[in-house]
Write a protein that binds this ligand. Structure first.
Ligand code: ATP
Length: 355
């Protein structure tokens, strides 16, 4: 079931959502900043991390455990790689969904060497027994390996060398308190501003050897939903367009034509986002409407609408989640070029006079 859910999210690989194929991932990896100095934006987290890492280096010990939280594509994996690089330590990568049993985690932990950095992506999706094993490992650098079952089961303590855990999560609120409290430092990544995204697009264009004009990169940045991964992806599609349909230079006009072709509008909304708003306004009078109904109306999985389309629509003030269902805001009607309908008589609050 979990696999199906993931696959459905991954298949929704329009320009702004979903996962990229292997080639795209390779390019994405090539565009990652390799040191804290190369990271654009996130000043606060960068400065805090720099201090934590410098202190650990000067003490010659493993750094405190680090939790990185924030929406997808803002740079958590990049920062985890940088933490390992800055500590000159090997990085071991795994993810919460891959750790289904405590034994999986015990195997990973027992293979660590002193000072290694262990990156656990989507740490909020780890199984409960593994989570409990991790508490002990983080605090005492020890795990209890249980041999046998039932009353005869025995726990054999296993020492593990001091390591640094870097956990990444898009849902910090889902982490149990005891796990959250064991991280010595938590960095919350924020969405990027237009200028920072512009700088990221220019840096990536330089690495990809794509010629750009300032208003061309600004156009890409403004449609990138505050997210570097999306900015880089849009840049690659605009580059394709510029190479095939023009002289290879990314100008504002080329960026606009390319992004229109790929159905990413001036506000960064893609086809699914607009389909959700359109269904909400045109078919359900602006709501409230339940998530499942909305998902059926746009022919998508409930999770895809909830996890891929909604966060951005809520963030840019076009959709509200209310106890009675999803509601389109005035900004949504305006975005679709429609008039906000007058409230129905039954929606008016009793006792209010029409002035
Ligand atoms: N601050 C930044 N400066 C420049 N490029 C960045 C920055 N943050 C992220 N990127 C780029 O964005 C891409 C996505 O970053 P990354 O994979 O680290 O995100 P993430 O938060 O781990 O996402 P997810 O949670 O979906 O795995 C990378 O290719 C990286 O090049």
């Amino acid at each position: 079931m979990e696999l199906l859910r993931q696959r459905s999210l991954e298949q929704r690989s329009a320009l702004t959502g979903g996962e990229a194929d292997a080639d795209e991932r390779a390019v994405e990896a090539a565009l990652r900043p390799r040191s804290l100095d190369e990271v654009i934006g996130q000043e606060r987290v960068r400065e805090q991390l720099s201090l934590v890492l410098q202190a650990a280096r000067s003490r010659g010990r493993a750094a405190d455990h680090v939790l990185l939280s924030g929406p997808p594509g803002l740079g958590k994996t990049t920062l985890a790689m940088i933490i390992a690089a800055e500590l000159s330590a090997p990085l071991r990568l795994t993810s919460g969904p891959a750790i289904t049993h405590a034994g999986d985690l015990a195997a990973i932990l027992s293979g660590l060497n002193e000072g290694d950095v262990l990156f656990v992506d989507e740490i909020h999706r780890m199984s409960r027994p593994a989570e409990e094993m991790l508490y002990l490992a983080m605090e005492d650098f020890r795990v209890d390996v249980v041999i046998g079952k039932g009353p005869g089961a025995t726990a054999i303590p296993l020492e593990i060398p001091p390591f640094t855990l870097v956990g990444a999560t898009t849902r910090a609120g889902l982490l149990p308190g005891p796990l959250r409290d064991r991280f010595g430092f938590t960095g919350h990544l924020e969405f990027y501003g237009a200028d920072e995204l512009d700088e990221i697009v220019r840096r990536s264009a330089g690495l990809l050897e794509v010629e750009t004009l300032p208003d061309g990169t600004a156009e890409i940045a403004s449609r990138s939903r505050g997210t570097p991964r999306i900015a880089n992806r849009l840049l690659r599609r605009v580059r394709d367009y510029a190479q095939v349909r023009a002289d290879g230079v990314v100008t504002r006009d080329i960026a606009r034509r390319a992004l229109d072709l790929f159905e990413v509008d001036e506000s960064g909304l893609d086809r699914l986002d607009r389909a959700v708003l359109d269904a909400l306004c045109s078919r359900f009078g602006g709501g409230p409407v339940g998530l499942s109904t909305l998902a059926v109306a746009v022919g998508e999985e409930r999770e895809t609408v909830e996890e891929v389309a909604e966060p951005f629509l809520v963030r840019n003030g076009m959709l509200a989640r209310t106890p009675r269902g999803r509601v389109a805001t005035a900004a949504a009607w305006a975005h679709l070029g429609l008039d906000v309908p007058a409230p129905a008589q039954s929606d008016r609050q009793p006792g209010l006079f029409d002035g």
